[in-house]
Design a protein around this ligand. Structure first.
Ligand code: GAL
Length: 410
């Protein structure tokens, strides 16, 4: 009996004194690798410093596993406080269903329109003039990460572009290395293919295929060259039998593999391993062929909640995620670029500086998540998982299926 009276008295005094009660807010995301965990901890730390409490809802298995879980919780009436999606169209149906919280007040109060760049990141969060998400970083798929040790062990120079990398594969194999590390989850194989498309086919071809859904181009000679390169890539990756992307990055970190085509979230792993860009590893934007970056990356969405305290805490979190201090702290550990142009990036390493430079020149392409529906992307993921796993599937047969998918893509 006595304890209850004390607790009630305390609650009353807190409420009366107006002191903000620590509000628990569950945040779901798929950041479980060493580098990802180090980065997301910066958000948790900043949010907890506001007197609220970040309840971490990490989901293992990558985005393809996490997103269906997030969506079914929101549509099933068990929403979290905030959740990660990639920039683009993944949360389109949730917003259209009226399940997501409108952040326009926060966005206007904090002038997001003036600080977020490229502006397209905020446009993608905006439906019928209302803002439904906070973009938090710019990640680019367009990177080749190379192990300086692997090439030293193989007695060949570190390549400066894709063709030199392919030419170095026999020497790497002779030295017992896996030339190309690829995780076998489907999104990683299609991601590698798309990077080859931008590097070898070029920006326009890439946009013709994915933005214009031009099946003729997808079936054409330019894309045939990309399938030839993908054929080289799958041969170089034949002995790469890991699943997760960060396991493949670890093969590069340890020098067991020569290189990996992966988004710059890989940087977080090199940092956790205390490896230095330029000294221990080499990074080639656009595979050293075409210095282009894609505007992939992440935004946070906030499901509608009935609890007013949690709704207030959602606003605090959205604001914290975009604050200059948190933007720098998070992105430096994540390996991504801040979405604000007004922050100090002097602490960025050589690779991030290359990315910032390309971004400043505007040499960017949209991500496939920004151009295609999740369903069309999943079909392409499945095709490339099969192509990389089954050497008897010819590049010509794979290209035919690819063109068919593009013909019906949304
Ligand atoms: C991407 C996400 C990145 C990254 C990666 C691997 O979808 O945008 O932030 O961490 O998945 O998990």
């Amino acid at each position: 009996m006595k304890v209850h009276i004390f607790a009630a008295a305390l609650a009353a005094s807190v409420a009366f004194s107006g002191a903000a009660r620590a509000t628990d807010l569950e945040v779901t995301h798929w950041w479980t690798s060493g580098g990802e965990a180090a980065a997301v901890a910066e958000f948790a730390k900043a949010f907890d410093a506001t007197g609220n409490h970040w309840v971490d809802g990490a989901i293992a298995g990558g985005g393809d596993t996490a997103r269906p879980i997030m969506i079914s919780r929101i549509t099933g009436g068990d929403p979290m406080g905030a959740t990660q999606f990639n920039h683009g169209r993944q949360a389109e149906e949730l917003v259209q269903a009226g399940l997501m919280r409108d952040l326009t007040d926060v966005a206007e109060k904090e002038h997001w329109k003036d600080v977020i760049r490229p502006a397209s990141l905020l446009t993608e969060c905006t439906v019928d003039g209302k803002v439904y998400c906070v973009p938090i970083n710019i990640h680019s798929w367009q990177w080749l990460w190379l192990s300086n040790k692997a090439f030293e062990d193989a007695g060949v120079p570190v390549p400066k572009n894709w063709d030199e990398f392919v030419a170095a594969a026999p020497a790497l194999e002779k030295a017992g290395k896996i030339p190309l590390a690829v995780g076998r989850q489907s999104w990683q194989t299609s991601g590698a293919f798309n990077v080859l498309m931008v590097a070898i086919g070029g920006k326009d071809i890439y946009k013709k295929v994915y933005a214009d859904k031009d099946a003729k181009v997808a079936a054409g000679p330019e894309i045939a060259k990309v399938f030839k390169a993908a054929d080289d890539a799958r041969k170089m990756a034949a002995k790469s039998n890991v699943q997760d992307w960060n396991q493949a990055t670890n093969l590069v970190i340890t020098g067991a593999a020569g290189g990996q085509i992966m988004g710059d979230w890989a940087q977080g792993e090199f940092q956790v391993a205390k490896q230095v860009a330029g000294k221990d590893y080499t990074c080639l934007p656009g595979l050293g062929v075409n210095a282009i970056i894609s505007t992939d990356g992440d935004s946070f969405y906030f499901p509608k909640l009935s609890d007013p305290e949690k709704s207030k805490a959602q606003e605090v979190l959205a604001s914290i995620m975009l604050s200059p201090k948190t933007q720098v702290a998070f992105n430096l550990k994540k390996g991504s670029l801040p979405v604000r142009g007004d922050v100090d990036t002097n602490a960025a390493n050589d690779c991030m500086k290359k990315g910032l430079d390309i971004l400043a020149k505007g040499n960017t392409v949209p991500s496939t998540n920004q151009m295609m529906t999740e369903d069309s992307n999943t079909q392409i993921n499945d095709l490339f998982a099969e192509f990389f796993a089954n050497p008897s599937m010819t590049p010509e047969a794979a290209q035919k299926r690819f063109a068919d998918i593009i013909a019906s893509a949304q």
